[in-house]
Design a protein around this ligand. Structure first.
Ligand code: ZN
Length: 263
């Protein structure tokens, strides 16, 4: 018998809630801890199609990366996407749980997974902090390429690895890529740390226009997309749960897609 508490315990043993950013709302969002589970569906974002998918599968818990409730809500009347999902989940007795910036901040979380997909070695956290028991955690990651690659080849590999329809990047430096800094989702605020770490490239999920002015800074900045850079977080959750409870039903959403369309 697996409960909501068992699943949240597995995720929080991997990525303690105390590691989340102050603005965040990671953890159990809907549901009671003692509820017995029939299965867990894993996604990046809770949407109505994802809730429908869970119900079709007969599953009563959804684990997402982004929290369904992020800021205070004073009424739940179904007037927007979030509230429609809240109503549907509560009516249908579906527990909703988010592992967000706490999962960003652990070594084998969002950024560790990105580094693994790119085959980076000697990885370390880009912006490290230490927990009370001395464990290192924090946002971003920096690692070495197995062998140097031209900027063009690296860009092509990023595009393939993260299934990007397009990449946005800053003026090429002409250097070989040996050291890679990355941060899934957003991360542009860490560019100075990336440069200080000696990274040749900084791969992030979202950058603003003025942040592409990296001329003379000896670093290539790549915006590969928010969904694209975080999509493998679903594998992180899936692997965690399926390894801990091999007989339990857990599945990655098949209906979820990137909410951003490109022409
Ligand atoms: Zn994100």
């Amino acid at each position: 018998m697996t409960t909501v508490n068992d699943i949240s315990g597995i995720i929080e043993a991997f990525a303690p809630l105390s590691y989340q950013e102050s603005y965040d709302n990671a953890g159990l969002i809907i549901g009671t801890r003692d509820a017995v589970l029939t299965g867990v569906l894993v996604c990046l974002d809770v949407t109505e199609p994802v809730i429908d998918e869970a119900m079709d599968l007969g599953f009563n818990m959804i684990v997402s990366h982004h929290p369904l409730i992020f800021k205070g809500i004073k009424s739940i009347t179904g007037k927007n996407h979030t509230e429609k999902c809240l109503v549907k989940a509560i009516k249908n007795d579906i527990a909703i749980y988010a592992g967000h910036t706490n999962v960003d901040a652990v070594r084998h979380g969002v950024n560790g997974k990105m580094a693994e997909k790119l085959g980076l070695q000697n990885c370390r956290i880009l912006s490290p902090v230490f927990s009370e028991n001395g464990e290192e955690y924090g946002l971003g990651m920096v690692g070495d390429m197995p062998s140097a690659e031209s900027e063009k080849d690296f860009l092509k590999r990023v595009k393939e690895t993260f299934h990007c329809e397009r990449l946005r990047y800053s003026e090429p430096t002409g250097k070989q890529i040996r050291k890679v800094a990355l941060c899934g989702g957003s991360g542009s605020e860490f560019i100075e740390l990336a440069k200080a770490a000696g990274a040749d490239v900084f791969l992030i999920g979202e950058a603003r226009f003025h942040e592409f002015f990296t001329q003379g800074q000896n670093i290539l900045m790549i915006d590969a997309g928010h969904y694209e850079t975080e999509q493998f977080t679903k594998e992180v959750f899936f692997d965690l749960i399926s390894k801990k409870i091999p007989t339990f039903a857990v599945q990655i959403s098949r209906v979820e897609r990137n909410p951003v369309y490109y022409l």
